[in-house]
Design a protein around this ligand. Structure first.
Ligand code: ASP
Length: 235
């Protein structure tokens, strides 16, 4: 499986950036394209706290969810007072959505990279397989009855799930949510079978045995999740 990670970055609309002298003269809104309680939301709230201290201004974190993150992206405004935190989905949406109300290549100015988090393949706590090889065998036999939760078309979790299904040559029904916060709740509650999510969101539930984990997309030399299984090369 190819390496796929969530790289979250803060972006602003490209035109008319606020001047350095006056910035930030009023509160800033940081748009989060996914639901509260998920990895992007977690990173956004931590970033907002630090930004707020540095700028001496209030940062309002607003979750504007839906359509794989494109709804929040479409709401970003010029002027530097409405910022957006996003990941790989800002690039992939342009190829997955027929008509976006913005031109991804020219509409935004990157402000900074915030984090680079690996993805983990995870499952409800009572899914029978105990390792990746067993999981693949299990999905091949039972995949028609299984569900794979994700954060919407074009979200990192969606891409990761599709990549995994392509790699094992078996499709599983995908269930789109507004973010990995609600996906995680349903996984823990055994309402869905599988998901693929950033370690930002999965390390705690894996360590607490609230969910099962089968694989991680990261460099074995620097494991960010000691309780996750080591990376496995596909056969
Ligand atoms: N980062 C997640 C994804 O794209 C969504 C979220 O943060 O809730 O899969």
């Amino acid at each position: 499986m190819k390496r796929l990670a969530m790289i979250a970055a803060v972006l602003a609309i490209a035109s008319s950036a606020a001047s350095a002298q006056t910035y930030a003269a009023r509160p800033i809104t940081l748009l989060v394209p996914f639901a509260a309680g998920g990895p992007t939301d977690t990173v956004a709230r931590m970033t907002a706290q630090s930004m707020s201290k540095l700028l001496g201004q209030t940062i309002i974190v607003e979750n504007a969810t839906g359509a794989g993150g494109t709804i929040a992206t479409a709401r970003a405004e010029p002027g530097g007072y409405t910022l957006l935190i996003h990941h790989i989905g800002i690039s992939t949406a342009a190829t997955l959505y027929r008509k976006l109300p913005y031109d991804t290549k020219t509409a935004f100015a990157p402000i900074g990279l915030v984090t680079n988090a690996p993805m983990t393949i995870i499952a409800r706590p009572d899914l029978p397989p105990n390792n990746l090889a067993e999981l693949i065998t299990y999905i091949k036999a039972n995949g028609d009855k299984m569900t794979f939760g994700n954060a919407g078309l074009g979200a990192a979790s969606h891409l990761c799930g599709m990549l995994f299904m392509t790699a094992i040559d078996k499709q599983v029904l995908t269930v789109p949510y507004k973010g990995n916060g609600p996906v995680m709740n349903d996984l823990i509650a055994k309402q869905i079978d599988l998901s693929c999510d950033q370690t930002t969101n999965t390390t705690g539930p894996i360590a607490g045995k609230l969910i099962k984990s089968y694989a991680i997309t990261t460099n074995p030399a620097s494991p960010p999740c000691p309780t996750c299984p080591p990376p496995t090369k596909p056969a």
